[in-house]
Write a protein that binds this ligand. Structure first.
Ligand SMILES: NC(=O)c1ccc[n+]([C@@H]2O[C@H](COP(=O)([O-])OP(=O)(O)OC[C@H]3O[C@@H](n4cnc5c(N)ncnc54)[C@H](O)[C@@H]3O)[C@@H](O)[C@H]2O)c1
Length: 435
């Protein structure tokens, strides 16, 4: 069993470290955020990820998992150092590499034995070489033997533990096939297909995968807009398309579009990489534009249904960028709320996990304790995130609580006919008006 140090204890690093410990490796999860590490050392969760807390608890108790802010101690004797720090967008759309750079420098400063450095962060193509250069340069005299392997992560927030434990594939890229094989061995018990490529190709597989998934969602959202103008039902269109084995059903749900910590920044970064090398990423640009327009179009639908936004009270169900996470990075809900506030409306909202973070971003949001409190006195109700608990609400109670009757089902989860018959003015995304 290997000794692993995972650098960065966010959604990816914490899940990676925990799951590696669960399959028997000895893991230290390291972060520069002291309060995060203190929380973890006390058994408290810094993020909401279903099922993770229990696996952490078991492995800490078994002595296989620990948390630290100390690079020297965490790297001491480690066979592998996984980099899993954030790579957010910078102003020009490129990935901001300051955290990866700092992590690489810290590894270099504390490196006193041979090690394999594994890049799990989503990083621009060529980063593997760059990390190797940083470490080489800082240790120019007497550098211990090291290799860099790219191992992009494909887990999804909300099902991260099970995604990590049951990957469709493990992608590894390196100029050192022996090092790539050693990383492959870490995953052996998961029995997943393993693909070994060169460094740049592995990095590119991650961007291409996310861009493709984002493109599928933007595609179906464009179909939804066309359906609305033609009176067709995008839900049936998606179902009919998805039954074709060449297409498949996933990532074909029309709605308010994609958000989160990955798709937006990764599509942008890929387009930026292409742009700066003289390629013209027209499709990627369209994928981003369509996604942005979904948010604008939701606000327009509400405005049209209400006559004006000014002075209106609008209820929003769901704030996280998708269900089963507390992550609000680039959440469609928050963009839409900002536009509603700009238009002169007031907004009250409920989310099972993302209320405090949303309030910190947009202090004007009035927070409510449950969906029925959100409906209280509102002119319109917007479903922004399809948490399970919103799927079967008591709509009579909602109706009694509301001042108006407008419902915008931004994720197409409710039965439009039922709501129409109850007296709501129902709008979906690509769903024909109920009669
Ligand atoms: N979140 C996802 O669903 C997901 C899925 C696949 C891939 N990824 C990629 O994985 C990477 C990490 O994403 P995330 O969502 O886990 O990020 P995150 O923001 O949740 O966590 C990053 C952590 O790294 C820590 N950190 C920053 N600099 C550090 C340093 N120098 N040393 C030690 N720790 C440091 C931060 O304090 C933070 O806790 C990104 O590149 C992302 O694109 C994310």
């Amino acid at each position: 069993m290997a000794k692993i140090c995972v650098i960065g204890t966010g959604y990816v690093g914490l899940v990676t470290g925990t799951c590696f410990s669960d399959i028997g490796h000895q893991v230290v999860c390291l972060d520069i955020d002291e309060s995060r590490i203190k929380q973890l050392q006390k058994g408290q969760m810094p993020i909401y990820e279903p099922g993770l807390e229990q696996v952490i608890e078991q492995n800490v108790r078994a002595g296989r998992l620990a948390f630290s802010t100390n690079y020297r101690e965490s790297l001491s004797g480690a066979d592998f150092a996984f980099i899993a720090v954030g790579t957010p967008s910078s102003d020009d759309g490129d990935a901001d590499m300051q955290y990866v750079k700092k992590a690489a420098i810290s590894i270099a400063e504390h490196l006193d034995h041979p090690i394999i450095i594994v890049n799990k962060s989503t990083v621009p193509v060529g980063t593997g070489d760059w990390v190797a250069e940083i470490i080489q340069d800082l240790n120019s005299q007497d550098v211990p033997e090291f290799s860099v392997v790219s191992n992009p992560e494909f887990l999804r927030e909300g099902s991260a533990v099970s995604d990590f434990m049951n990957p469709d594939r493990v992608v590894l890229g390196s100029t050192d096939p022996e090092a790539a094989q050693k990383v492959a061995d870490l995953y052996e018990t998961l029995r997943a297909p393993i693909m070994i490529t060169d460094l740049r190709t592995a990095e590119m597989i991650k961007y291409a995968s996310n861009a493709f998934l984002a493109a599928r969602i933007s595609f179906i959202n464009e179909m939804a807009t066309i359906c609305e103008s033609l009176g067709a039902d995008v839900r049936q269109v998606a179902k009919g398309m998805g039954m074709d084995k060449r297409i498949g059903p996933s990532f074909l749900e029309a709605g308010l579009g994609w958000g989160g910590s990955c798709f937006p920044k990764d599509v942008k970064a890929l387009a930026h990489m292409a742009d700066t090398r003289g390629a013209h990423p027209q499709l990627l640009q369209a994928v981003m534009d369509i996604n942005h327009n979904q948010r604008i179009s939701a606000v327009k639908k509400l405005e049209q249904a209400l006559g004006s936004l000014r002075g209106r009270l609008i209820g929003v169900l769901g704030l996280s960028f998708k269900p089963n996470t507390d992550d609000i990075r680039d959440a469609p809900s928050l963009d839409i709320i900002r536009m509603l506030l700009d238009g002169g409306a007031e907004v009250q909202a409920f989310d099972p996990q993302a209320m405090a973070a949303s309030k910190a971003e947009i202090p004007q949001i009035i927070l409510c304790d449950n969906p029925y409190a959100v409906a209280e006195g509102v002119d319109a109700l917007l479903l922004a995130t399809e948490w399970n608990e919103f799927k079967s609400l008591d709509f009579q109670r909602i109706k009694n609580n509301m001042r108006g009757d407008v419902i915008l089902d931004g994720r197409n989860i409710w039965d439009e006919q039922d709501l129409h018959e109850m007296g709501f003015t129902y709008m979906g995304i690509g769903v024909p008006e109920p009669k």
